[in-house]
Design a protein around this ligand. Structure first.
Ligand code: GLU
Length: 392
């Protein structure tokens, strides 16, 4: 294995994106033998301790086959209808195939706003986190039935990268019919060299994928490199590998050719800088000494430690956290609206449901969304809290 690379089981949380052509044959429909082979790869990885999330394409392709639609471009409403028919069959196939390995599948259909708007992002992340916590395999796709060209990811490469960063995954695997990155299009240039390790996505690497408007890049390498930029800058490694054979994940470990993109070495600082850098926190939480100590040791802020709430904010807004002397000790993204935060401040997490009328989150500010900003915290700017599991 090349320097910097490690076996897949060495990763903690892996997002695997599967291209439509791997799962669906235009004539015969779902490739069920291939599907069971990847389900057994997933089962092996889970047994070795890795968490696995699947971003599965194929809804539109499968729907076309089921509906026997003629080949050629589909109108928007046709592809939405094909997706509606195909997604239900796709989800069922995943669920059945995983259950043969005693694994449970949970379907998540995302629209663009679910990863781009902070509050919806936190909500989607919490659901996925809970699925992982109970040991289920999230099966994720774009909700193509309601996506229109203005409000869609359009390709599952970038969707998978957003899912990887949203869930703090440390590896994103893009499986398609392309085995990796070449210095030039291999079918056009006999001198094209294969790259098995890409330390950083430089402008030269981007140029190899073709410009955005290039005929060659359409639906191919361009979106994969875009996905790589999203993933690696958040500290998540990425592998582009061919899924054309059965057991494609096992094949990566067996040294079948694939391209590995190294994660950025200082991702946590980048995200912390982003939260800490919000110009105007929308509100303030005053916390007690116990909570201040808990925050300093990397824990989430629980309602019990909150003494008072000031300002008007929504869940997902950046808020300042003030210590006993009134100085700012941290910033984070609110887990509750200000009105709800006021009602549960000082109360035990177990009381939240009785007070609010629904079972809310245990944390007022989750540690994944927290950055210490007080002078005493400067030494901890490089902690690894973001690399830990999502659940507190
Ligand atoms: N979401 C689409 C589908 O499931 C696939 C998008 C893609 O292939 O990138 O049909």
């Amino acid at each position: 294995m090349t320097a910097g690379r490690k076996p897949l089981a060495g990763y903690r949380r892996i997002v695997v994106k599967i291209g439509s052509a791997l799962l669906v044959d235009r004539a015969s429909g779902l490739k069920s033998d291939w599907l069971s082979s990847i389900c057994s790869d997933v089962t092996r990885l889970k047994a070795q301790g890795a968490e696995v999330l699947i971003v599965s394409s194929g809804a539109i392709a499968l729907g076309r086959t089921v509906l026997k639609l003629p080949s050629g471009a589909l109108k928007l409403e046709e592809s939405q209808a094909a997706a509606a028919v195909g997604q239900i069959a796709l989800a069922r196939a995943w669920s059945e195939s995983l259950s043969r390995n005693q694994l449970v599948a949970g379907q998540i259909l995302l629209t663009l706003g679910d990863t781009e708007e902070r509050r919806r992002y936190l909500n989607a992340r919490a659901t996925i986190s809970q699925l992982l916590k109970i040991g289920a395999i999230p099966i994720i796709n774009e909700n193509d039935t309601v996506a229109t060209s203005e409000i869609r990811y359009g390709d599952n490469d970038r969707l998978a990268a957003r899912v990887a960063t949203m869930t703090g995954a440390d590896l994103l695997v893009l499986l398609s019919d392309i085995d990796g990155l070449y210095t030039a299009p291999p079918h056009l240039d006999p001198n094209a060299a294969f790259l098995d390790v890409i330390p950083a996505i430089t402008p030269e690497i981007e140029a190899m994928a073709g410009g955005a408007a290039s005929e060659l890049s359409r639906g191919g390498m361009r979106t994969k490199i875009d996905a790589g930029k999203i993933a690696t800058s958040a500290g998540c490694a990425m592998i582009i590998a061919s899924g054309k054979t059965e057991h494609p994940l096992a094949a990566i470990d067996e040294d079948t050719r694939s391209s590995w993109f190294a994660p950025s070495s200082s991702p946590v600082t980048a995200r912390k800088t982003w939260i800490a850098g919000q110009l105007q926190p929308a509100g303030e939480l005053r916390v007690d000494a116990g909570a201040e100590r808990a925050l300093a040791s990397g824990k989430s802020l629980l309602p019990a430690g909150v003494v008072s709430v000031t300002g008007h904010f929504h869940r997902g807004d950046t808020i300042a956290i003030l210590g006993g002397s009134g100085r700012e000790v941290a910033r984070g993204l609110a887990g509750y609206d200000s009105e709800e935060a006021t009602r549960i401040a000082g109360r035990k997490s177990a009381e939240i449901e009785a007070i609010l009328g629904y079972a809310g989150r245990a944390a007022m500010v989750h540690r994944d969304d927290l950055v210490m900003t007080g002078a005493s915290a400067r030494s901890e700017q490089n902690d690894v809290s973001e690399q830990e599991p999502l659940h507190a």
